[in-house]
Write a protein that binds this ligand. Sequence first.
Ligand code: PRX
Length: 561
Amino acid sequence: MVQTTTTPIDKVNGTYNLSDYQEIRRNFNWQDATDLLSAAKTGKVNAAYEAIDRHVAEGFGDKIAIHYLDDAVKKSFTFKEVKDQTDHYARILLEHGVSKGDRVFVFLPKTPACYFAILATIKIGAIAGPLFEAFMEEAVRDRINDCEGTLLITDQDLVKRVPREDIPSLETVLFVEDIEEEPLKPVQGEPYTEWLDWEDGLIIHYTSGSTGKPKGVLHAHRSIQHHIVTGKWVLDIKDDDVYWCTSHPGWVTGSVYGLLAPLLNRATVVIQGGRFSAENWYALIEELGVTIWYSAPTAFRMLLSKGDLYKKYDLSSVRHVLSVGEPLNPEVIQWAWNSLNVRIHDTWWMTETGGHLIVNLPSEKIKPGSMGRAFPGVEVGILDEEGKELPSGEIGQLAVRTPWPGLMKEIWGNQNKFQSYFQYEGWYISGDLALQDEEGYVFFQGRNDDMINSAGERIGPFEVESKLIEHPAVEEAGVIGKPDELRGELVKAFISLRAGYEPTDALLEEIRLFVRRHLSAHAAPREIEVMDELPKTKISGKILRRKLKALEIERATKVTN
Ligand code: PRX
């Protein structure tokens, strides 16, 4: 459980887009966020227009929108160039018969093409389905099948993981290599932009829970009201900032705070290609003069574990750092404060919430260990099992008063699942447990279900268990998150074997690779333990993940005592 009595770190003096939390909280109305968008004046909305084309129309076409950097390439694109590219992709999508509301999937590494493809999809009024680049065949298949995607944009490498014959709805596969080769056709104005309503679909993200396959969380265009104002106040974006969010757009952090929120705020956005390495990350900050940096606790812990490495780089450009996705330990905040001379501002939200709900603002004191306070316009409650609000200091279900603009529109094809978030009148139930102190600071206490959070990535135990039992040697499987210092949790599988199989290291490794090859690297169990029989409920024979988890926690406490 997280400490609630750490020493606060006061704000660093400076000028911030939001300078008085209490005052804004008293007076804020979501309509104020809508007014930041041109749609407020024209009555017509399109998120890609607001993020890119509007800035060109307003005279900022020459400003850098994207810096791309990987081991071999360094490239920049102005807002005008991004408009031209998204028009180019949009025209090709239209030529392939994509229309409003169609689901267009984008399966690409973190490159400018990935951003262009997502924005172009949105521009023509289709719904973008970004896929994480590490997904393997089944993860790709299940997602596209679920919402019947009709077109996929990918590359010659990743297409090897797209089992086309198992995805009947998929009519067209386009390759970025071909799109990039086709000459751009100059356009005037907005020939390809589809003007939409606030309730029209924007983007769909698949996310895991504790039961069933991943669910398609659909967001509407109204979410951009949430994105623009949180980009302004929480990310604190100003015109001369160089903004870097380390997440891939296949995850909601990468699409909302790596792409939409910063570009809506006319920021210069950094895209970093390639894998994580502490050296590359520090070098990137130095080379591009990153000023705002949004990442996750596991990444910060990895940097921390590299000790003095940071001293080799000039990181003085960084003025604002944020974190999301998993508990941010006070030690990490302290490390950043002592070594990098910056505070890390934790933020809390979920795929379903579409944007920040609990935040640490740069103008307010931080209480290390707390995720922060409710964003203006957001009311947080801690509820008991009957849905009644608990007083401060007590642990309960973390809930949020409905509605707000970023809140998901639906779970694709699953009204029951959607309704399950709203079982208490007027509240959204997050599935997290938390407490709130007298000043409104919220402290995360864990999940109320079996969902696993490893390195900030949400992993559903059911998906992993289903894959495990497809292996011929596996009789039964129970998957849990085992506490881990670096990753928060790691995926651990308990299995029993079918008759005739021996629990050799080679077999266990083969089983691990089986999940890795078919599902994804992050979902593959890092540990597999063989049991004669798994603990089950007496009546229904359901595997008791909670017992398995308790066993792990008991072992961990024995080791530390
Ligand atoms: O358990 C919470 C955890 O991540 C879950 C949401 O995961 P996902 O939809 O993948 O979105 C991640 C980024 C938006 C939450 O239910 N979580 C998110 N932020 C925090 C967190 N846990 C602790 N501290 C946070 N700041």
